[in-house]
Design a protein around this ligand. Structure first.
Ligand code: SAH
Ligand code: F3S
Length: 446
């Protein structure tokens, strides 16, 4: 029997990237061969995102193309995994009846078995029933060797979210918050480190409440224990929402040398009225207090944030509050999203999507303009400094350069040899742009 060729693609957040990696590991273990073009595949698996409408539109158009291919090659298998599968399985079956496999956010690990079964029996498998729970998480038995980078890896520590931010689809697609047992997370991290991983990033939608019902200790305990793992040099984690963060947690983050000085703390808005309608449960002043704790207790910390512009009822004045918060927060980078109505959410049910697209667009541009000045100023401030950079390899955007990350998670470009990938280098910063630093190699470890 010839090897089945599989094309996988993942949209959305880092957790999705890792979920796709888990499936790729299962496929590799079962003899499938990965191909980088859809046209050469016997199986197409799409891991999907529902967070904004645009993410779903992209999947529909990809499914359209896959459907065309299937007309010519009826034995082509097509699978839709993850958040869209969870959210709109009926639409998928209706609009794309040629899809063979629809697996939700807790079911995607059965993909390989289902593909085999479908080849024997035909028909379609739609499974979105199982939500993650303490005794059922789709993380078990990770093939740690199946990962795109040798020296860096993601580790999911919890799934789902118990908050109910009015705009957010995540609690609907990923369900209630469930933490993986501490021992499982540490075991997976240890196996990754044994296989050459030097930096892990722990993932959770609201990672500050990791382990909240487990009695095993929370995020700080996890970080402190992970920091004792042999071979692991760097630990990062996200997402740190402003609620559920305490000053004491910041002290503990700052006290662990291997925990890198970088926090992603989404603010979403700089207007108390909008934050209230978003059900974010903190005020602008409280957000700034959290950022202040981070700067006090984590030496050299860099902070990134998310903002939504054009949330229902956002006035010019509300928006100006957001712009001013950006101005004051000294973030190293801000990710800005135009509000996208998501069916089922509280905002969709109660609040009209009343900010015009052109206004959303103008506000998006305005936040970027404000942030770009700050990013560039912060980057320029480190010219002349030397950073420890974990080398990722040849830069994706500047092929003549290598790229790596400094402790604060900024990308650093520098000339060097591709064989340096995975090693720690001392890089002296000589120039910068808005989104990255440029430097020269001072030394590299053996
Ligand atoms: N806590 C999660 C949030 C995932 S969504 C995590 O980071 O793991 C990532 C970002 O997308 C959010 O912080 C928010 O800024 C943005 N976002 C979420 N829902 C949105 C919507 N309906 N419209 C526009 N942006 C949205
Ligand atoms: Fe979404 Fe808010 Fe949770 S942004 S993932 S509901 S913390």
């Amino acid at each position: 029997m010839s090897t089945r060729k599989v094309y996988t693609i993942s949209y959305g957040c880092q957790m999705n990237t890792l979920d796709a990696e888990l499936v790729r590991g299962d496929l590799a273990r079962n003899g499938y061969e990965h191909v980088s073009e859809m046209s050469g595949a016997d199986v197409i698996l799409v891991n999907t995102c529902s967070v904004r409408d645009h993410a779903e539109t992209k999947v529909w158009s990809l499914l359209g193309r896959a459907g065309q291919m299937k007309k010519e090659r009826p034995d082509l298998q097509i699978g839709v995994l993850g958040c869209m599968a969870q959210r709109v399985k009926d639409d998928i079956v209706k609009r794309a009846p040629y899809v063979d496999l629809v697996l939700g956010t807790a079911n995607f690990r059965s993909a390989v078995q289902d593909l085999e079964d479908l080849r024997r029996s035909g028909g379609r498998v739609v499974r979105t029933d199982r939500r993650p729970s303490a005794d059922f998480l789709p993380d078990a038995g990770r093939q740690v060797t199946a990962r795109p980078e040798r020296h860096r890896a993601w580790v999911t520590v919890m799934r789902g979210c118990d908050h109910a931010c009015a705009y957010c689809i995540v609690p609907f697609t990923r369900g209630r918050e469930v933490s993986r047992p501490l021992a499982d997370v540490l075991d997976e991290t240890r196996r990754l480190a044994d296989d050459g991983v030097r930096e892990v990033t722990f993932l959770g939608q609201n990672i500050n409440t990791y382990g909240k019902n487990s009695g095993e200790g929370g995020l700080c305990t996890l970080l402190e224990e992970a920091a004792t793992i042999q071979g692991l040099d760097r630990i990062r984690f996200l997402t740190s929402n402003p609620f559920d963060m305490t000053e004491d947690m910041m002290r503990r983050f700052g006290a662990v040398e291997r925990v890198m000085p970088w926090l992603h703390i989404p603010a979403q808005s700089g207007s108390d009225a909008v934050l209230k309608r978003m059900k974010r449960t903190y005020t602008v002043a409280q957000y700034e207090e959290v950022v202040g704790w981070a700067r006090t207790h984590i030496p050299g910390v860099e902070i990134t944030s998310d903002f939504i512009v054009g949330f229902p009822g956002e006035t010019d004045e509300d928006f100006e509050g957001t712009r001013r918060l950006v101005e004051r927060s000294e973030l190293v980078q801000a990710y800005v999203f135009k509000y996208s109505l998501r069916p089922q959410t509280q905002a969709a049910r109660r609040l009209p999507d009343d900010v015009r697209e052109s206004v959303k667009q103008a506000r998006n541009v305005a936040i970027h303009a404000t942030q770009d000045v700050i990013s560039e100023r912060r980057n320029r401030a480190v010219i002349g400094d030397t950073f420890q950079v974990l080398v990722d390899g040849v830069s994706r955007t500047r092929k003549e350069m290598l790229a790596g990350r400094e402790p604060g998670n900024r990308i650093v470009h520098f000339p060097g040899d591709a064989s340096m990938a995975g090693r720690m280098a001392e890089i002296r910063i000589t120039a910068c742009g808005k989104h990255s630093l440029v430097g020269e190699l001072e030394s590299v470890e053996d």
